[in-house]
Design a protein around this ligand. Structure first.
Ligand SMILES: [Zn+2]
Length: 96
């Protein structure tokens, strides 16, 4: 029989996953589950980064020049990405 002392309220519990007095996680399994839930909650509440906000703002700007700038930047990023993939493919072929 395992007895666990609750770290939150100090109540001694028999082989329980959660404290019978305050409901805190006691067993390693329950603690892991609680951590996983917290991690998911934090992920869901994460604020968009400043860069994302900047992109979103540029895309919806009332100044057409900013919107054009956004699409040019976006296209350049795509082209550079495609070119990078092409170079990587060339290198892979050269080594084959
Ligand atoms: Zn407790």
């Amino acid at each position: 029989m395992i007895e666990r002392k609750c770290t939150k309220c100090g109540t001694w519990n028999k082989d329980e996953d959660h404290c019978t007095s305050c409901g805190a996680a006691l067993s390693p399994k329950a603690i892991d589950q609680e951590k996983e839930i917290k991690r998911k909650e934090e992920e869901a509440n994460k604020q968009p980064s400043k860069f994302d906000l900047f992109l979103e703002k540029s895309k919806n700007s009332k100044f057409w020049i900013v919107r054009v700038g956004y699409y040019i930047m976006y296209s350049v990023t795509l082209i550079v990405g495609a070119f990078g993939a092409f170079v990587a493919w060339m290198v892979a072929m050269a080594n084959a």
